[in-house]
Design a protein around this ligand. Sequence first.
Ligand code: C2O
Ligand code: CU
Ligand code: CU
Length: 463
Amino acid sequence: MSFTRRQVLGGLAGLTALGLGGVGARLWLARPQVAAEHDYELIAAPLDLELVPGHQTAALAYGGRFPGVEIRGRQGDWLRVRFTNKLDQPTTIHWHGIRLPIEMDGVPYISQPPIPPGQSFVYRFKTPDAGSYWYHPHLMSSEQLGRGLVGPLIIEEREPTGFSQEKILCLKTWHIDEAGAFTPFSVPREAAREGTRGSLSTINGEHLPVIELAAGQITRLRILNLDNTVTYRLNLPGGEAKIYALDGHPVAPREFKEQYWIGPGMRLELAIRGPAVGAELSLRDGVVRLATVRGVAPTQAASAEWPAALPGNPVSEPDLAKAETLNFKFEWVGAMSEYASGQERPSLWQINGVAWQGGEEHKHNGPPLAKLKLGQSYIFTLRNMTQYQHPIHLHGMAFKVLDSNRRPIIPYFTDTYLLGKNETARVALVADNPGLWMFHCHVIDHMETGLMGTIAVGDAWCG
Ligand code: C2O
Ligand code: CU
Ligand code: CU
């Protein structure tokens, strides 16, 4: 027994129409609740931002602010977001890193029709994993994300953790000039290399901000890379910090030393001890300062002890002995000439010899790169044949990073792995979520110039 894609889309279209009227709203309220529900109204609309002092930038924003409204849910509860598109183009919302049903994944033409201007759509799903996630559109991505449609999504642990205070740092390097006007989000020459980089680094929308931390106390820092292309080489010379989670999933706490490379879409959770009152540290990208961290007098009694490790998320452990191995090759093709022949973007990158052909709107997607049996364990060998690194991201399921030929790996669960140049890494997962899941590089202009495909899970999607 399976349903066709048209029925899925039809069902969702009906839901959208229902969500628009008062009747729909009452229906939602009348629904009996088992787990608690966290409700949000979210609007995407144009917003002028003052990123460069004295100048306006014609941004797009979620909830009238940048970064977008902080959406918070709780592990195991429902999250409901009634979203309205007040942009002048279609959009969707994808919930990056959340394991949810395909109908809620926000991928146009696969999970739902694009949401036209003026329309609403109700996203409602359970959040099985605690951690730091984020949300963004999944079409016209270089422009929509580039202009500011990105926001943090925090799923709290069910039980209190040892942290009593936290800060969210959203990293973004804007593609703007000295007068705040946008510069191109993607130019073929750069898309063919590490990706088109913006020029103004910001944290929570501010260039070189001061981040105040309670002196001597421990703060949970959730660092989210919401940028289109930049991999930040994060370091904090002289700082006292430990890594507690990578991309939403907890790890055994370890010292934050030297540099951590956080690619687009990735997250890093640190426990950090606030420096002495008035003392300052530099949070840097390589040798370039991103922010000043300053110690201030504590305003609450909070712990100066390093908290215990965060509780693990209920991700299925892949059975490596029974796993089937699938190979994925990421290649550079650089066929710039095809760009002239009427394509919206050049075709520069391929996965297993195939470049994404769906365009920025995902209109035509080809056959899946792989078909997975529901419940079966798989090992993916990820082979980067290029001179550039790629944050490889999978929707719908978390995977476990096993090993790499380039660096020591302590196995951990994630949704995005930063695959270095010429690196081969192995990751494993249980194909436990039926759907057609996007599998792509999160450097937006790599993804839009070919480095994207789909993975089918379950009979209904393997066709
Ligand atoms: Cu942030 Cu297709 O994902
Ligand atoms: Cu995603
Ligand atoms: Cu890439």
